[in-house]
Ligand binder design. Structure first.
Ligand code: UDP
Length: 352
């Protein structure tokens, strides 16, 4: 059996890395295909982990339609030449959806890692919620990261025998990386990038962060700013002259080092929420909906919404009431304990 492992963005690459290592350990033939959805962010992750894709594309595009159309054509040629038996995609990116679709058209089977997450709002997160649902329709093997995701797939009619609850592979990478760094509570780590938050919602979130940084000067607020121009412009306009330290995106290792030093994490990222909750770092989630209910239900995270006053008062309480902060340190194991890729590859190995 020959596998094609598809990656295109920083998060899906980080989550595919432990799977690739496990495919290598098990001598399962595979090609790594980098679609070029992200440019600088993807290159830096590939370099950091000395990962050399077997095939890389450069896609000059503006927007999701261009990306999807151009990628589908390129993958058509790739699949004609390299007849993969199994396509391995991760999560909810447009890279994963189009790779799964091209794989399906070529007759390959599809394995979906981080399957079954649902916010139940097709436009939030956008386009990820719809991407996930569509990949779920194309997939033969489903690897949900948690029980809620597994239950969603069952409710949608996926056969339980095609579903393997494994945990999230980002926890595998985190388990190995995080032990290198000391656990402290010095800073407030911030990331914001979600498309559905661009514009007014992100402006509100930035104003809230600026006010909190003024009010709590004993904590260092650090914000690695996503390179997307829509994000960068808003963040630098509002927080450029504030006490918040705005920095370029960090390497994965540097980011985890900073996360280990965090007192609080403020984020709209999916992956960062999972990492923070696993490390016992309270997380304020700047979103209206969540597809990761385990984080909110356990109390490790609070869904703050995107209304300015509401966000401010929720996050302010975490700072001002030590009991709330203490209760949020959960060291969440709902997404596994860091051995998911081993289980995933064992299932792939037994799948013909
Ligand atoms: N990350 C990183 N450097 C940074 C910020 C984040 O390596 O400066 C990592 C982080 O550890 C996590 C992933 O990027 O694993 C999350 O990516 P992102 O927030 O872009 O996407 P999402 O998880 O929301 O899909």
């Amino acid at each position: 059996m020959r596998c094609g492992v598809f990656l295109g963005t920083r998060p899906d690459t980080l989550k595919q890395i432990p799977v690739i290592w496990e495919l290598q350990k098990n001598s399962i033939p595979h090609d790594i295909i980098a679609t070029g959805q992200h440019t600088t962010l993807l290159t830096s992750v590939l370099e950091e982990f000395s990962l050399k894709p077997d095939h890389s594309f450069e896609i000059k595009r503006s927007g999701l339609n261009d990306l999807s159309g151009i990628l589908l054509q390129k993958l058509h040629h790739l699949f004609n030449e390299y007849k993969y038996d199994l396509v391995i995609v991760q999560g909810d990116t447009t890279t994963s959806l189009i790779s799964a679709l091209a794989g399906f058209y070529s007759g390959a089977k599809i394995a979906h890692i981080e399957a079954g997450l649902r916010s139940f709002d097709c436009r939030d997160p956008f386009p990820e919620e719809m991407n996930r649902k569509l990949i779920g329709q194309l997939a033969d093997l489903h690897f949900p990261p948690g029980a809620a995701a597994r239950d969603n797939l069952i409710k949608e009619g996926v056969l339980p025998t095609d579903i393997h609850l494994t945990g999230n592979t980002i926890i595998d990478l985190l388990r190995i990386t995080a032990e290198e760094y000391p656990d402290q509570e010095n800073n407030v780590l911030i990331t914001l990038h979600r498309r559905e938050n661009w514009g007014h919602k992100m402006e509100c979130a930035c104003r809230v962060i600026g006010r909190l940084a003024e009010k709590y000067p004993d904590k260092q607020f650090i914000f690695p700013v996503h390179p997307n121009p829509k994000v960068k412009e808003t963040v630098y306009n509002i927080l450029g002259d504030s006490p918040v330290q705005l920095i370029d995106p960090l390497s994965y290792h540097d980011f985890i080092k900073l996360l280990k030093r965090a007192y609080l994490v403020i984020t709209d990222s999916g992956g960062v929420q999972e990492e923070a909750a696993f490390l016992g770092k309270p997380v304020a989630v700047i979103r209206e909906t969540t597809e990761r209910p385990e984080i909110i239900d356990s109390g490790a995270g609070i869904l703050c919404g995107t209304n300015e006053q509401r966000m401010y008062s929720i996050i302010d309480k975490i700072f001002s009431d030590p009991a709330i902060h203490k209760q949020m340190k959960k060291y969440l194991k709902a997404y596994g304990d860091g051995y998911s890729s081993k289980e995933i590859v064992a299932k792939i190995k037994g799948y013909e």
